[in-house]
Design a protein around this ligand. Structure first.
Ligand SMILES: Nc1ncnc2c1ncn2[C@@H]1O[C@H](COP(=O)(O)OP(=O)(O)OP(=O)(O)O)[C@@H](O)[C@H]1O
Length: 635
């Protein structure tokens, strides 16, 4: 990927015009007796100069160590991990370099160094003329676009900031009733901010932006379980309430079938009784069946059977290319949930195809010629002559990337960012205010307590059993790093006995996964051992504990996993079993993300002893079961 000047690489050079020595000093007689230290003020001036240089050096070395500490990545588990790691590492480097440069600039301002011109980048003072020959050439100082630098802040604390639904302006009375019928009396902070923003952007009806202008795209970064789903479901249903013709006006894309199912369920609740049609496209039904759900052929041409589509990327692109009459030409809202994951290479292409399909010129004589649209470009007299149906993008995630370049791949239009990621001001004992968590990149739910248990490989199963049987943990979602690991652990706990346990991974067919999830939600299963298939977005009510049986390798995986508990303002506890060899890396990963309050919670060997004999018997049973399974597979 080509990098723009916005994200210049490390070691950039920049000129800073600074004070005396050869610059201003020269003009005011720098070569005269004062500069040579012969005048009465000369000694004082040199002392100040020496101090200023010393300060400058200190500042630079501080920055240097700060910079090296920060060069780590936001990474992601799924898909092209390595590339992602590289990308995000690059992004963070860019970010920290930006911070360094602005910090350095302000510090330089406060303590002007003695030399006339300095080169920033390797923090060594260099004479100005080296700039002329420096390679690579100087680059433009990067800056954070205003929409990222000045986002709309969303309160993190849910329970303290509930807003009665009637106090949020502009919501249709019918929807207010519907919300109440579903037990929603108050909006969560993210909903109270985002719902009016989306409604406002469609205040002239969905066929046009506010005041006839193209509406701004919206990005939302709020913690897991903070209610992001309703913050787009409610305004979209409201905006489409009065639609006359059924056309695909809203499309939600999500990375997995389970998530798509979950979101379509919420849409179904709030469209029930409206005549709006919600269609789920995930490949769980046959392609032909899905085609029947999407379009109908009539004598006059094809007509849409869907107002709102909730889809996974693969199946959706198949329909774009292969389903006759399937049109996104009237698409008004493109919602990208779990957006950071959807921007990954794997899904990026899908998003491009959607946008392309949305601006495709239709030859079909049945198309609506009154409201047409052309690919957005500069506003001209011609383009403003006829009404354009705008396509507005709405991006949501608990770990939305703040790398402008990555977000820019989505071709966002004057985006607005709503975020709960901000540093908090704390008042000290003496009344002064201090900023906390300045390197904070993600926000976790308020009610979440986090612990980690240092351990070795052999004690991990015993620790899990200890939590379940001795500590009597209930409603536990336990994550491993692979399907095989989940399966083995499930067999082992089952062989040990005493715990209602199930597994969840792509090893199991979809119906079985659905059933398991339902039973877990109903409390019939106390321990669900899962892969990262349930790590993102899945909303399971009543999870008390998350256990990272295998420590997650990437910070975003950690955030989404632990976010399966402490949802909707509730409390929850996350335990991570961390091998001693992983401990340093694990803690650094959390620290780099600004996550500080993770307590060390060692478990004494003595506590595990009572379980050992039964555990060894379970191991023998496990060995037999695995052998049987292998034999069955071969047969
Ligand atoms: N205003 C509300 N009042 C009560 N419960 C709510 C409200 N809004 C959402 N919820 C509930 O909160 C839970 C979490 O909501 P949701 O799944 O939308 O979170 P999210 O922000 O999308 O989380 P994630 O990032 O993990 O996907 C759901 O069970 C939802 O029903």
């Amino acid at each position: 990927m080509q990098k723009s000047a916005m994200a210049a690489p490390r070691g950039r050079t920049e000129m800073t015009s600074a004070q005396p020595e050869g610059g201003k000093g020269e003009q005011s007689g720098g070569a005269g007796p004062e500069a040579a230290g012969l005048s009465p003020g000369g000694e004082e001036k040199r002392r100040r100069q020496r101090e200023s240089e010393k300060q400058s050096c200190e500042n630079r070395s501080n920055l240097k160590s700060k910079s090296s500490k920060r060069k780590k990545g936001d990474e992601e588990t799924e898909g092209s991990e390595k590339r992602k790691k590289e990308n995000s590492e690059g992004a963070e480097e860019d970010q920290s370099t930006k911070e360094e440069l602005s910090l350095a600039a302000s510090e330089e301002k406060a303590n002007p160094p003695a030399s006339s011109l300095v080169v920033l980048g390797d923090y060594d003072r260099k004479p100005v003329n080296t700039l002329l020959f420096s390679f690579p050439p100087p680059q433009v100082q990067p800056f954070l676009p205003q929409w990222l630098a000045q986002p709309k802040l969303v309160q993190k604390r849910i329970k303290d900031n509930l807003i009665p639904i009637g106090d949020v302006p502009g919501i249709h009375p019918w929807l207010l009733k519907k919300l109440q019928m579903n037990g929603i009396e108050s909006f969560f902070p993210v909903q109270a901010e985002v719902i009016p923003a989306i409604l406002q952007s469609a205040s002239n009806g969905y066929l046009m932006g506010r005041g006839g202008y193209r509406p701004r795209d919206i990005c939302v970064s709020a913690p897991t379980g903070s209610g992001k789903t309703l913050s787009f479901v409610i305004p979209i249903v409201q905006v489409l309430l009065n639609r006359v013709v059924c056309q695909v006006r809203a499309l939600v894309v999500l990375p997995t079938k389970e998530l798509a199912q979950q979101v379509s369920k919420v849409f179904n609740i709030y469209t029930d009784g409206t005549g709006l049609k919600v269609v789920l496209i995930t490949g769980q039904k046959s392609f032909a069946k899905e085609q029947e759900m999407l379009v109908q052929k009539k004598v006059t041409g094809y007509c849409s059977l869907a107002d709102i589509i909730v889809a996974t990327p693969g199946r959706l692109t198949d329909h774009i290319s292969q389903t006759p009459g399937f049109s996104l030409m009237q698409l008004r809202f493109l919602i990208v949930d779990e957006a950071d994951r959807m921007i990954d290479d794997m899904h990026q292409n899908c998003l491009n195809q959607i946008v392309k399909a949305a601006f495709q010129v239709e030859n079909d004589s049945g198309s609506n010629m009154l409201f047409q649209r052309t690919k957005p470009g500069p506003i001209t007299a011609a383009s403003s002559c006829y009404p354009q149906i705008p396509l507005q993008k709405l991006l949501f995630s608990a770990t939305l990337t703040q790398d402008p370049e990555k977000l820019q791949q989505l071709d966002l239009f004057q985006p607005r960012l709503f975020t709960s990621v901000y540093s908090e001001k704390k008042t000290l004992g003496d009344g002064t205010e201090t900023e906390q968590d300045t390197n904070k990149k993600y926000t976790l739910p308020e009610g979440l307590s986090q612990c980690y248990v240092p351990c070795d490989l052999n004690s991990k199963p015993l620790l899990l059993l200890h939590f379940m049987l001795t500590m009597k943990f209930s409603r536990v979602l336990c994550f491993t790093n692979s399907r095989e690991a989940s399966h083995r652990l499930f067999l082992l706990v089952q062989a040990f006995g005493g715990v209602t346990v199930a597994e969840f991974s792509s090893r199991l067919p979809p119906n079985e996964r659905r059933r398991t999830m339902k039973e877990f939600e109903q409390g019939k299963i106390q321990l669900l051992i899962s892969t990262d298939a349930t790590a993102r977005g899945i909303d399971i009510k009543g999870v008390n504990y998350v256990i990272n049986y295998d420590a997650p390798q990437f910070i975003r995986t950690y955030i989404h996993r632990v976010g399966r508990t402490a949802r909707a303002g509730e409390v929850g506890v996350a335990f991570s079993l961390v091998l001693r060899i992983q401990e340093r890396r694990f803690l650094r990963m959390l620290k780099d993300a600004g996550i500080q309050d993770v307590k060390k919670n060692p478990v004494k060997g003595n506590s595990l002893k009572p379980l050992v004999q039964q555990y060894e018997e379970a191991l023998c049973k496990l060995e037999k079961t695995v052998k049987n399974e292998r034999a069955q597979k071969r047969a």
